[in-house]
Structures are given as structure tokens and as C-alpha cells.
Ligand binder design. Structure first.
Ligand code: GAR
Length: 189
């Protein structure tokens, strides 16, 4: 039986992208990186690992629908059935949501619903929170909303800096995301 194909969407550094593709026992093939930021570091990582890339600048499209329709066409063409958002800093619209209903998940560096949106690690740090964590969830039309699949918490220590906190949050992300992906994909085989 052929393996399930998935795409990772990312906009930046791509440490989660790399953690997914380097996971020992990933239950699906990462067949495409979709990136909305020409020049992003994650693109180099995909090239290094021999993963095809689709780099589309939304500014080149007349509307969000046109931009997402182009992505949907490419995903269908490539036989992709799952989408994993990993630092994709755009709100997913109706076109993608309808085409991949309940097949798009996201990772977010906080215990949602706390600290949605950008810079969630810094938000938790600046708020003086005693705990933060990581959430993996199905997406919907909101910002970092949608049914939660998994969460893991961590303590913010008084001597933490933003950097030490980020390192610990990302270590959880890199372990948790491949685990959740495997649970979902295997359930749907
Ligand atoms: C990750 O921490 C991810 O959880 C976060 O962006 C970072 C991307 O890092 N996503 C969000 O904040 C989504 N709202 P990476 O490019 O090194 O994987």
C-alpha cells in the first residue's frame, strides 16, 4: 500500500519542518514544503533534504482565494492528503479549509487558548506566566483556534530568559509534533 503524502507549510526558520522530516518513524511522506516567504531559511532546509518546494508570494495574487486555489491545485496534483502548519504565519482561508476539511493541523508555542497569535513565547514571558507549553490542534477560521489534539506544559522558572524558554518550548515542539502526526495519520490509514 502506498504511503500517505503530506505537505508542511512554513514561513521562517523551519526547525519544526526539520524535526518532522528527520523523525525516525514518520508514518507519512513529506512530499512538499509550501512557503509564502521567498528567501526563508526553511527553503534551504527543504532543498538540503531533497523535498520539493512550492514558494508562492501571496502579494503576486489578486486575492487570498486565488493564492490558496493555486496551492490547492498543487496539493491535489501531488496526491497530498494532510497539511501540517509549522510556523506558517498566515491565516488559512476558506479555500484551503474547505479543500482539506479536518486535514490541516497546526503547532503553537503556548497552552491555547492562552497567548494566541505572534510571539506567543514572548507573550507568556512578558505576562509573568508561571506555565506555558505547546499545543497541536486542528485549524479553523480563527487565529490559533480549533479543536485541540495535544498539549504539553512546562514551568517558566524565575531565572528563565526568553532564550532559555524558547529553547525548552521548541524542544517539546520537535518531539510532540511528529508524535501527533503519527497518531493522526495511522488512525486514518
Ligand atoms: C514555532 O515555535 C511554531 O510553534 C510557531 O512558530 C515557530 C516556528 O519555528 N507558530 C506559531 O506561532 C503559530 N501561531 P520554526 O520555523 O523554527 O519551526
Amino acid at each position: 500500500m502506498s504511503r500517505v503524502k503530506a505537505a508542511v507549510f512554513a514561513s521562517g526558520t523551519g526547525s519544526n519542518f526539520e524535526a518532522i522530516i528527520e523523525a525516525d518513524d514518520l508514518a507519512c511522506d513529506i512530499a512538499l514544503l509550501v512557503c509564502n516567504k521567498p528567501g526563508a531559511v526553511v527553503i534551504d532546509k527543504a532543498v538540503k533534504h531533497g523535498i520539493p518546494t512550492l514558494i508562492l508570494d501571496p502579494k503576486a495574487y489578486a486575492s487570498k482565494e486565488d493564492y490558496e486555489q493555486k496551492i490547492v491545485e498543487k496539493l491535489h496534483e501531488s496526491g497530498i492528503t494532510w497539511v501540517f502548519l509549522a510556523g506558517y504565519m498566515r491565516i488559512v482561508g476558506k479555500t484551503l479549509l474547505h479543500a482539506f476539511d479536518r486535514k490541516i493541523i497546526n503547532i503553537h508555542p503556548s497552552l491555547l487558548p492562552n497567548f494566541p497569535g505572534k510571539d506567543a513565547i514572548e507573550q507568556a514571558y512578558q505576562a509573568g506566566a508561571e506555565q506555558t507549553g505547546v499545543t497541536v490542534h486542528f485549524i479553523d477560521e480563527g487565529i490559533d483556534t480549533g479543536p485541540i489534539l495535544a498539549q504539553e506544559s512546562l514551568t517558566i522558572y524565575p531565572d528563565d530568559t526568553k532564550e532559555t524558554l524558547q529553547t525548552r518550548v521548541q524542544a517539546i515542539e520537535h518531539r510532540l509534533y511528529p508524535q501527533v502526526i503519527n497518531q493522526l495519520v495511522l488512525k486514518n490509514l
